[in-house]
Design a protein around this ligand. Structure first.
Ligand SMILES: [Cu+2]
Length: 222
């Protein structure tokens, strides 16, 4: 092996490792915090509360739609990553503060993968939402690998909507509740399937493709 060849290989390997290090650092820095939910007693249901806002209102993307997670201590955290125990009933409450629109795919108007394949909207059970009527659907909460999909009804767009997170229940909102069983340990991708990234190509860029806004991970631990 000539010296030039050795040098060349060294330079290439160095470049690859530097690139890998940069990618790793960017990813680590870009990962939103994890909110950890534990059972009050072994096997007992876990209560998770989320909110969806039409515009986050501050930070690097104030105009973006976003989910937030309320910590067990009652603090709203700007993240979409939360952790639950395995094989446990997860009771989810979502305060939905955003307006809605008709779904492009009506199938996403169906509630699937939850206890009884139902959810409740402001206390009333439902199995499907006709998004072409009323205020449409603002977002969905969907965990594709678990078959979970819940459409979140929009609020009246002409109302005085909350424009900065965290929103409080004094702003117009819908309360959606449902339960599902957590699976075995792993990291499960969840996301909204309404292309709600206003101003991005087909609505699928920006918040739709950024962790911490319209998608995240359900982390399940033993
Ligand atoms: Cu959305």
């Amino acid at each position: 092996m000539s010296l030039a060849w050795k040098l060349g290989v060294t330079v290439v390997l160095f470049a690859i490792s530097v690139t890998a290090a940069i990618v790793l650092i960017v990813n680590l820095l870009g990962t939103p915090p994890v909110v950890n939910f534990t059972s009050p007693s072994p096997g007992a249901p876990v209560n998770v509360r989320l909110q969806t806002v039409g515009s986050f209102g501050s930070g690097s993307h104030p105009t973006w739609v976003s989910y937030l997670v309320r910590s067990p201590q009652g603090q709203w955290v700007h993240t979409t990553v939360f952790q639950v125990p395995e094989h446990t009933r997860i009771n989810v409450t979502i305060d939905q503060y955003d307006s809605g629109s008709p779904l492009r795919n009506q199938q996403l108007g169906q509630v699937t993968g939850t206890y009884g394949s139902v959810a409740s909207l402001n206390g009333r059970l439902f199995r499907v939402i006709n998004s072409n009527a009323g205020n449409g659907v603002g977002h969905t909460f969907s965990i594709p690998s678990l078959g979970v999909n819940v459409p979140l009804s929009g609020v009246n767009g002409n109302a005085n909507l909350c424009g900065a997170a965290p929103c409080t229940t004094s702003s117009p909102h819908n309360v959606i509740r449902f339960s599902f069983n957590s699976p075995g340990p792993g990291s499960y991708r969840w996301q909204c399937f309404v292309p709600c990234g206003l101003g991005f190509l087909y609505g699928n860029g920006g918040p739709m493709s950024t962790l911490g806004y319209m998608g995240g991970f359900l982390k399940v631990v033993a």
